[in-house]
Design a protein around this ligand. Sequence first.
Ligand code: ADP
Ligand code: MG
Length: 330
Amino acid sequence: MKYDLAVDLGTANVVIYIVGEGVVLREPSIAAVSSRGRRKVVAVGLEASRMLGKTTQEVQAVRPLRDGVIADFRVTDEMLKLYVEKALRSKNASRKGHNMVICVPCDINTMEQQAVREAAKRAGARTVLIAEEPIAAAIGAGMDISEPRGSMLIDIGGGTSDIAVISIGGLVCAKSLRTGGVKMDDAIVSYMRRTYNMIIGDKTAESIKIEIGTAMPESSLKSMLVRGRDNVSGMPMSVEVTSREICTAMDKCLTDIFDSIREVLQETPPELIADIMEDGIMLAGGGNLLEGMPERITYETGVKTVLAESPMDCVAIGAGIIAQRVSGRK
Ligand code: ADP
Ligand code: MG
C-alpha cells in the first residue's frame, strides 16, 4: 500500500503534506456557512477567516472542530474535501485514488476516531491510516523516537495541549488537556471586559496575544493600543495594554499546562526521565510560539526546552514521514 497524502486536521489549522512534495497547504479550520436552508459552505480558510466576527445574518463563519474533535460533521467533511482538492490541484497531482495518513489527538474515543476516518473517506481517500498526533509531531520535529530512549514532546494547538513521553515509537505516558491557544484568547477577552469594561472580538484577542503576549512575566515590556467597544456606553474606545497584563490574563491557562507537564513527568519511569533531562523537551504547535514559552517551561520543570523548527507543520511533516515509511519508501 502506498500512502501519498498526510493530513493534520487541527482545531485551528489544517496542514496537508504530499509525499515527495512536502507541505503544500496551510489553512485555518474555518468555514463560512449560509444560515438559510441547508447550511451550505460558501467559503473556507483564509477567506472565511476574514469573515469571523464580521458576518451578516445570512452567512456565519464557524469552526467545525472543537477541543481537537469534530463538532460539526457536515461542515468538517466539506472543508476537508475542499482542502484536499486544493492541495492536489496545487501540485497537479492525480485526483483519484489516494491513500491518506490522518492524525488524531491521543485521547479521542473510537467514535470520534471513526468520524475522522469517515471525513477522510468523503474527502476522497481510498485507504485511511490513523496516526497519533504526538508521535507524528515528534517525528516531524526531527526526534529519533525509534530507540528505547525517553523523548518528551509538548504540542499546544488551538483547542488542545498534548504532553507525551515516547519511547520505541510508542506513547509511554501522555496527557491531553482541552486547553490551548483559543483559551488564551478567551482569557484576554474576559480580562479586557473585567479590567476596562471593554468588549473585544476573538480575532483582536488573538492578535494581542501574538503581538505582545508572553509566558515570561519578567520579559521586556511591550505595549499595544487595543480598540473595542465600551460595555457601558456602547461607544468605540481604545486603551493601551502591556505584555505584563496579558501574561497575567493568561495565567490560569498557562498554569494548567505547566501543572499537567509536571504530572506527566511525575508519572514517567526514572530511566526515561534521565534521557529527557539529557535531551530536553521538544515544543510543537502554534500555541508554543507564544513568546517566552521555552524559557518558562525550563523554569517550571528544570528541564531544557527547545521549540521545533516549524512548530505548526510538525504534525503534517511527521505524518508524511509515517506515510513514506509504511509505503516502504525512504
Ligand atoms: P491546531 O493543531 O489546534 O490546529 P496550531 O498548532 O495550528 O493548532 O496552533 C494554532 C494556535 O496557535 C492558535 O490558537 C494561534 O493563536 C496560536 N499561535 C499562532 N502563532 C502564535 C504566536 N506567534 N504566539 C502565540 N500563539 C500563536
Ligand atoms: Mg495540532
